[in-house]
Design a protein around this ligand. Structure first.
Ligand code: ADP
Ligand code: MG
Length: 330
């Protein structure tokens, strides 16, 4: 009996005295701040590798950096693609289709005309938008045998999916180093690995789109991406009108869907990122229809008229001081 008690005490000492140590790495990549937090003995070397991977993905997938692989691909109108670009195309094209084109990876020239993907921010002429819209269209992308053909006059843009993809890849990389607990914030795109070191779920705050210093609430998550797209994230103002960076592929102009932000919670970061953009374009009704029809993710919508709608599996808790009304959607 004494022996067992002694063993138990030893176990307690061993587990209790070695809390997983916290390690952090912050750097600039993909046009934003990456803040990576990982716990445990393997974290330092894993985070080193994660930074290198982030830089590699940035150099491959940026549509605006003239040195990138994607930039060269767009200039050439297509060609053979490397494995990350291939995986992104294989994820993105079916999502372009399933979202009815609300998510469309061929809007680069439009986004550039608005000054959101490099260049000067401005409101393009109606005729310019109409012309660029004619060139765009994901249905015209041909992808076969690891070779892509980009529609003439259009360019591929992974801006709405690449950060989610990076979060997912970094999370997998950390896990391969033996890291069991990590929280990655890639410019507000969050990906969590495992649970918190104390065994509880991660709490991921969802920004209040009207005041980014506050949160509208938070979701409890493990092994998931929590990705938000919002009109408040990137915009410019002209003559009192606000123009934001999420384009409606039907009009070629910033989407006006009645939503302020869309958060997607899903295991797959790339899917979460693409869907956050797509459901933002769709608006409340179509977004919830999409969720009901396809599933595989949860969502939190914040509307212009002051409502927060969370799907029943989202594990969302509204902030106590929130000004929004709140309802759960089944
Ligand atoms: P953020 O980059 O702020 O997290 P998103 O994930 O919604 O936001 O991505 C927005 C970016 O995606 C834009 O800057 C542009 O490059 C591109 N984009 C804009 N509208 C669309 C769209 N309807 N479908 C796909 N990509 C888009
Ligand atoms: Mg997105």
């Amino acid at each position: 009996m004494k022996k067992i008690a002694g063993l138990l005490a030893l176990l307690l000492v061993l587990t209790g005295c070695a809390p997983a140590e916290k390690h952090q790495k912050d750097f600039f990549a993909m046009d934003t701040f990456f803040e990576l937090t990982a716990y445990g003995e393997h974290a330092p070397e894993a985070l080193e590798a994660a930074e290198a991977l982030s830089m590699k993905l940035d150099a491959e997938l940026s549509a605006v950096n003239p040195e990138s692989t994607l930039y060269a691909l767009n200039e050439a109108g297509g060609g053979p693609v490397d494995s990350d670009c291939a995986e992104l195309l294989e994820t993105a094209l079916p999502l372009c289709e399933s979202t009815g084109g609300a998510f469309d990876i061929t809007l680069l020239r439009l986004s550039q005309a608005w000054g959101f993907s490099g260049g000067e921010e401005r409101v393009p002429e109606v005729s310019e938008i109409a012309e660029l819209l004619r060139y765009a269209g994901w249905e015209k992308v041909v992808y076969e045998d690891h070779t892509v053909t980009i529609p003439e006059g259009a360019g591929l843009d992974f801006g709405a999916i690449a950060k989610g993809y990076a979060g997912q890849k970094i999370s997998e990389l950390l896990a391969s180093y033996g890291v069991e607990s990590a929280m990655l914030s890639l410019g507000g795109n969050v990906q969590v690995l495992g649970k918190k070191p104390d065994g509880s779920l991660w709490n991921v705050g969802i920004a209040d789109p009207s005041d980014e210093a506050r949160i509208a609430g938070s979701v409890a998550a493990e092994n998931a991406a929590v990705v938000t797209s919002g009109a408040y994230k990137r915009y410019f103002e002209q003559n009192g009108v606000r123009y934001h960076h999420i384009l409606d592929p039907e009009t070629g102009a910033p989407a006006e869907s009645g939503l302020l932000s869309v958060t997607i919670i899903a295991e797959n970061g790339a899917l979460a990122d693409a869907l956050s953009t797509a459901l933002f374009v769709m608006g409340e009704e179509k977004a919830l229809d999409y969720w009901r029809e396809h599933g595989g993710f949860e969502t939190v919508l914040i509307t212009e008229d002051g409502r927060v709608l969370a799907t029943d599996g989202a594990a969302f808790t509204p902030a106590e001081d929130s000004d929004y009304s709140y309802s759960v959607v089944g």
